[in-house]
Design a protein around this ligand. Structure first.
Ligand SMILES: [Zn+2]
Length: 390
């Protein structure tokens, strides 16, 4: 029945129903022995509410993906309700679960918004040479800002159907610091502008920050857990079988012999039907902060210093390795000369007096191999290595 429902949902022409809330590749880690939930959470009693500074990187290709500051701020407002149990839905949590409903005592402050135009569609889920492209200015994305002290959120398009994803800390194969953060599609971010039902209330980001703080899906590993074999390693969330993808059930909804906490933020339930974290999740998240993210404990909501902002003037080579085209992103206002040499040093292309923010290179006549692009920018010369691979 669930498969049929999912197929029907996929056929729906409007909205995002039927699309995945959350990509699951972050669930590759199955080693649970190292879980911080196994050790007592440190410093959980003698502390104040922690405010986590947030940097939002908008990496856009189409103008609609270049979402407004107001849409970003609407997301921060959602986080500051959801992580303090101030969301309106919290009041309607079934009495079975209300005793474990938690104020996570986490707040969020926005310290920077960066905006980067990219040539690459679906960049959020694309990798090149093992690197997640959206996290690197040189690959058409935007460099993270100090991931030890800030939560970096990349808002960018993706073609895999997922609303978002985030790596769990402490995985067997940890992601590089440069890629540590949360990834959300503009259609699932904030409550205004491009946000689309049923993911228009900002809960994707709440859910993904849960992962970033080491929380797992309530059903456990994989897309669903019909045989009730895996768990989220949190004692006060009942074992459940389903993800509640694209659903908004009524309580009680039973699986694995008990009523499911389908309104927990770590399900795939529609945004409007999510309501809570639990005390067990809170202990696990705070343990993760102390164990894996101690820099957050000394983080500051001061605006990010200018010296930490990524360089705006760099020359970027886009769509590299290339097949039929590549492009150079150039600082505006300057005049350039571009020359391309093959690996034997032969000149294969030259053009003078280029004045354009984005210069397309037709590479269809280039044979496969390595080329060197020399970009003369008044006094300076930049060199980029171009790979033609077919
Ligand atoms: Zn998830």
């Amino acid at each position: 029945m669930k498969i049929a429902a999912l197929l029907l949902a996929l056929l729906a022409a409007t909205g995002l129903r039927g699309q995945q809330r959350c990509a699951t590749f972050h669930m590759r880690d199955t080693t649970e022995a190292e879980s911080p939930s196994d050790s007592p959470p440190l410093a959980i009693t003698l502390r104040e509410t922690l405010t986590i500074p947030v940097v939002v990187h908008i990496v856009w290709r189409t103008p609609s993906e270049n979402i407004s500051d107001a849409q970003v701020e609407s997301q921060i407002e959602v986080l500051n309700r959801d992580f303090r149990a101030l969301n309106v839905e919290a009041a309607a949590v079934p009495s079975l679960f209300s005793p474990v409903l938690a104020d996570m005592e986490l707040e969020f402050c926005l310290v920077a918004i960066t905006r980067t135009q990219t040539e690459t569609s679906g960049i959020s889920a694309l990798y090149q040479g093992g690197k997640r492209r959206v996290c690197y200015s040189e690959l058409g994305g935007r460099d993270a800002i100090d991931p030890g002290h800030y939560l970096n959120i990349w808002v960018a398009g993706r073609a895999d159907g997922a609303c978002g994803d985030a790596p769990l800390p402490g995985q067997n194969t940890p992601v590089p610091a440069a890629e540590d953060g949360v990834f959300v599609r503009p259609e699932c971010f904030g409550t205004l502008g491009t946000a689309m039902p049923p993911y228009q209330l900002g809960r994707t980001t709440t859910h993904e920050i849960g992962h970033w703080l080491n929380l797992r899906h309530l059903w456990g590993d994989g897309l669903e857990d019909p045989l009730c074999q895996t768990d989220d390693l949190v004692a006060d969330t009942p074992e459940q079988a389903y993800s509640y993808q694209g659903e908004c059930p009524t309580h009680p909804s039973l699986s694995c012999g008990s009523a499911d906490m389908f309104m927990n933020f770590l399900n795939f339930t529609d945004d409007a039907c999510m309501a809570m974290f639990t005390e067990g999740q809170k202990a696990r998240a705070w343990a993760a902060i102390n164990t894996y993210r101690p820099g957050l404990l000394e983080a500051s909501c001061e605006p990010v210093p200018a010296r930490e902002a990524p360089k705006e003037s760099a020359v970027l080579l886009l769509n590299n390795p290339a097949d039929s085209w590549a492009a150079l992103q150039l600082p505006e206002k300057d005049i350039f000369e571009i020359a391309i040499f093959d690996s034997a040093g032969r000149l294969v292309f030259i053009q003078n007096r280029i004045q354009s923010a984005c210069f397309h290179i037709d590479t269809r006549s280039f044979i496969s191999g390595i080329y060197y692009i020399k970009i003369r920018d008044e006094g300076k010369i930049h060199t980029k290595k171009l790979i033609i691979a077919r």
